[in-house]
Ligand binder design. Structure first.
Ligand code: DGJ
Length: 337
């Protein structure tokens, strides 16, 4: 091969590397760069969350493949990816499919399904997925639930509800150390967040719920527990446009939630680095190591919305999220909190 050809290949690889950020051997996160799966295709797991089960991480999210504008947010299925190292993700396919044959069904392709999250229910030995189910215009405002015996599905859809009769839009779920699980969601016309205790099988909302961040118009909830305290990161409601985050702390899930401040610091903090919270991922086997997961929405081409994963840092009880161009899990080694 001539020197010219080798140079051309090198330039191509350099350019490709800059666009996609990651290569097959990467051991780094590149926030905001295209993130490809094992098939070399951009990961489609928007508004997603990660569940750890049997030494494997499973990343579930909205498949927006071929959604080229914000006019077409119709349901294209919930996708699942698996990984052992968090850098490389195997495409496990669509684990909850649209129901094309019934226009009245919640999962009809014309409807909206967003922010799916999955928990493992020890009691029934099954995986439970909760998601925001809506219709165009976002007035249906319900939570849908589906179950599977396998983390990679297929998930069987059960039904949708308005928890305790209240509207529900952006949502997440959280399992505490005592196996109790909760749903946290934007309610009351997105003005106030609700936090509901789920039943022991995780399939329904119990009558126990609490209103938090009242009249603050918060959405995109992402919750985690660290050293006995609960942290809830949220965004303001501005559609697909980014805005400043705000987090709250509580000593117990049903306790008093106190708003603190924007956890993002430095350049880009006012727009959550151009993104919106979706989940906080605890790293297995590493003490107090959490990844802030956010969606950098691209309303002109939603399928090309990117992922911003950043390490959460603690300053006493305060959270700090700062922009890092490239980082690895070793980042957490330098801290002793
Ligand atoms: C903001 C929400 O967080 C997203 O999940 C999505 O529903 C958009 N609004 C739609 O505008």
């Amino acid at each position: 091969m001539s020197f010219k050809n080798i140079s051309l290949i090198y330039i191509f690889l350099l350019l490709f590397g800059q666009v996609s950020g990651q290569t097959k051997s990467s051991k780094s996160f590149y926030p905001g760069k295209t993130w490809n799966d094992n098939m070399g295709k951009p990961i489609q797991a928007h508004g997603g969350g990660v569940m750890y089960y049997n030494r494997v991480y499973y990343w579930y999210g909205e498949n927006k493949d071929t959604v080229t504008s914000n006019q077409n947010t119709g349901f294209k299925g919930i996708s699942c990816y698996s990984s052992k190292d968090l850098y490389h993700w195997k495409n496990e396919g669509i684990v909850l499919n649209p129901v094309k044959s019934d226009s009245k069904h919640d999962l009809y392709p014309g409807n909206i399904v967003e922010r799916p999250k999955v928990l493992y229910n020890e009691k029934n030995k099954q995986f439970v997925m909760w998601m925001h189910v809506d219709q165009q215009g976002y007035k249906y405002a319900r939570q849908g639930v589906a179950i599977s015996k396998n983390p990679t599905g297929p998930f069987e859809y059960i039904n949708s509800v308005r928890p305790n009769g209240f509207e529900s839009r952006d949502m997440t779920i959280f399992k505490d150390d005592d196996e109790k699980a909760y749903a946290i969601y934007s309610s009351e016309n997105n003005k106030t967040l609700h936090l509901s205790l789920l039943t022991d099988d995780y399939l329904e909302h119990s009558a126990t719920y609490k209103r938090i961040m009242i009249d603050m118009s918060r959405e995109a909830p992402a919750i985690f527990k660290s050293r006995g305290k609960y942290f809830l990161i949220t965004s303001y409601c501005t559609g697909w446009s980014p805005n400043p985050a705000l987090y709250a702390i509580a000593d117990s899930m049903m306790g008093n939630w106190k708003e603190i401040e924007n956890p993002c610091k430095g350049e880009g903090a006012e727009t959550t680095f151009g993104a919106q919270s979706t989940f906080v991922l605890p790293i297995e086997g590493r003490n107090e190591s959490f990844i802030f997961m956010a969606d950098k929405w691209n309303p002109k081409n939603l399928s090309d919305s990117r992922y911003i994963w950043l390490p959460i840092q603690f300053n006493g009880n305060k959270l700090h999220i700062k922009w890092v161009e490239e980082w690895s899990l070793d980042f957490f080694k330098r801290f002793n909190w």
